[in-house]
Design a protein around this ligand. Structure first.
Ligand SMILES: C[S@@+](CC[C@H](N)C(=O)[O-])C[C@H]1O[C@@H](n2cnc3c(N)ncnc32)[C@H](O)[C@@H]1O
Length: 264
């Protein structure tokens, strides 16, 4: 048993994991040689990926601040990723200390690291769950402990839907989650795209990982917002979503769309 509470044999170091690739690109320390190798390969074929992941993370923080300032007090964050400061609950609770956050990820390593972090913070839960089974997430007792589906919820699907193939019916997954949310809720979504550059080499890197990379066009990503109303500025490349500083160089090349939408 390791100090962080899970058995060493449970950690799969034979294949790169999306959470650990992303952690390495964000200069985190919760990754293995196999992940670092995949991330370096990715950066070699798509050099702006390092800026892209930071821009995605910054979008997540701006969007969380926006939804918290709009009055929402409960967040369901699916595809949490490894803890990265500031985490969602830290960003939200800085504005409103009573915000509650349910974190969901299907990678046990995320669960272990997040549990260690969250044992020190109130109003949060971490759940091992899979986006491909959205009903199980919504019905999970630990999610229900902090999220009341009769009150507005901010659903976060940030940099996760591109890990679902078309066969896994991501539009139906999002629709199931949308239908569980009461009016006044909102959705924060970001998604990788190849609208701005050919990304087949990056997809090849993910073909060796535990999840494939399924890039989608603007029109395809927009369909995830069916039944929602996008707020200004709509669906844009993440650095251009309500920037609070000048967008970084190469922003025009960043292959992540992001948007925030309300359910009426
Ligand atoms: C690129 S990270 C994004 C982390 C964070 N949302 C952010 O944008 O900074 C994607 C996360 O989604 C998780 N993930 C991928 N497929 C998933 C699935 N089917 N169900 C739940 N989590 C999944 C991965 O384990 C990883 O932690």
């Amino acid at each position: 048993m390791r100090q962080d509470g899970f058995r060493a044999e449970e950690i799969d170091t034979s294949r790169p994991h999306p959470a650990r690739i992303y952690d390495y690109l964000l200069r985190g320390k919760d990754n293995y040689e196999v992940d670092r190798h995949a991330a370096d390969e990715l950066a070699a074929v798509a050099p702006e990926v390092r800026i892209g992941v930071r821009a995605n993370r910054a979008f997540l923080q701006r969007a969380v601040r926006q939804v918290t300032e709009s009055g929402i007090r409960q967040i369901l964050d699916i595809g949490t990723g490894l803890p990265t400061s500031p985490n969602v609950h830290e960003t939200a609770q800085e504005i409103a200390p009573d915000v509650r956050v349910a974190y969901v990820d299907n990678d046990p390593i995320v669960n272990a690291h997040a549990s260690a972090l969250l044992s020190r913070s109130g109003g949060t839960r971490i759940v091992l769950g899979d986006l491909r089974d959205p009903r199980a997430i919504v019905e999970h007792p630990d999610v229900r402990e902090v999220v009341d589906f009769d009150e507005p919820v901010a659903l976060l699907l940030v940099a996760i839907l591109h890990f679902l193939t078309d066969e896994e019916r991501p539009e139906e997954v999002v629709a199931t989650l949308r239908d569980a949310l009461p009016a006044g809720s909102c959705m924060v979504l970001s998604h990788a795209t190849d609208d701005f550059a050919d990304r087949s080499a990056a997809q090849a890197v993910y073909s060796k990982a535990t999840a494939s990379l399924n890039l989608r066009s603007r029109a395809q990503v927009e369909r995830f917002f069916d039944g929602f109303e996008l707020i200004e500025p709509g669906l844009v490349q993440v650095p251009f979503w309500r920037p609070d500083a000048p967008p970084p160089p190469q922003s025009e090349e960043i292959g992540f769309y992001g948007g925030v939408a309300h359910k009426r």
